[in-house]
Design a protein around this ligand. Structure first.
Ligand code: G3P
Length: 214
C-alpha cells in the first residue's frame, strides 16, 4: 500500500521522505492556504521534494475553467496530478484532461456511484473522504469496501486513494481491504508508530544497559 501525505507543508513532506514512507502528496485549497505562500511556488517546491505524484486541486467549477486551470497547474512539474471534484462539469473535465495524458485525482467522493462514474471517465485516482463520512455517522470505510468491490468486479484501473484519514484504524482497515493508497496528515503517520510496549521495552533496555560494566 502506498502512503501519501495530506499537507501543503514542505517541512512535513521532507520529514515523511526522510522516514522512507513518502510515495506521494495530496494538497487541497484549505491545506495550501495555511502555508501563506504563492501557491504555484509552493507546489513547485513540493514537487521538487516528492518523487511521486503531487495532487493540486482546481477551484473553477465549470468544465472549461477546470480544464484550463488543470492544464496550467500541470505545467508546474511532471509529477503534478490534477484534483477535480466529482460534479457533472468535473466529469467532463476528467475526460478532457486524461485524454491529454494529464493524470486526475477525483476528489470529494462520498458514494460508490460517484466512484463508478469517476472510473468510467478515466480517473487515475478516486479520493473517498472517510473521516468526513464518519463525522456524519456514516461508515467511511464501508464506502471503501464497496468501491474496491465494484472496481474489482469490472477491472477498473482507477486507484483507490483513501482520504480524510483521521487515525490509525482508518489505515489498518484500508490495508486489510487492499486499498491502493492512504493519504494522511503527518501526525497520523507518526501515530502509526506508537505502542506503549515499545516505549516500556526501550526504557527497560536502556535502564539495564546503564547497569552494564563498561
Ligand atoms: O485532501 C483531502 C482530504 O484528505 C481532506 O481531509 O481531514 O479535511 O476531511 P479532511
Amino acid at each position: 500500500m502506498k502512503f501519501f501525505i495530506d499537507t501543503g507543508n514542505p517541512g512535513e513532506i521532507q520529514a515523511a521522505k526522510d522516514m522512507g514512507v513518502l510515495d506521494g502528496v495530496t494538497t487541497n485549497p484549505t491545506l495550501l492556504a495555511r502555508e501563506n505562500k504563492p501557491y504555484k511556488e509552493l507546489l513547485a517546491e513540493i514537487c521538487r521534494i516528492t518523487d511521486g505524484p503531487v495532487s493540486a486541486e482546481v477551484t473553477a467549477v465549470d468544465a472549461a475553467g477546470m480544464f484550463k486551470q488543470g492544464k496550467d497547474l500541470a505545467k508546474i512539474a511532471d509529477n503534478i496530478v490534477i484534483k477535480v471534484p466529482i460534479i457533472k462539469d468535473g466529469v467532463i473535465a476528467i475526460k478532457k484532461l486524461t485524454s491529454e495524458g494529464i493524470k486526475v485525482n477525483v476528489t470529494l467522493c462520498f458514494s460508490s456511484t460517484q466512484a463508478l462514474i469517476a472510473a468510467k471517465a478515466g480517473a487515475t485516482f478516486i479520493s473517498p473522504f472517510v473521516g468526513r463520512l464518519d463525522d456524519i455517522s456514516t461508515s467511511g470505510m464501508q464506502l471503501i469496501e464497496e468501491i474496491i468491490t465494484i472496481y474489482d468486479n469490472f477491472g477498473f484501473e482507477t486507484e483507490v486513494l483513501v482520504a480524510s484519514v483521521r487515525h490509525s484504524m482508518h489505515v489498518v482497515e484500508a490495508a486489510l481491504m487492499g486499498a491502493d493508497i492512504v493519504t494522511m496528515p503527518f501526525n497520523v503517520i507518526e501515530k502509526l508508530l506508537n505502542h506503549p510496549l515499545t516505549d516500556i521495552g526501550l526504557k527497560k533496555f536502556l535502564d539495564d544497559w546503564a547497569k552494564v560494566k563498561k
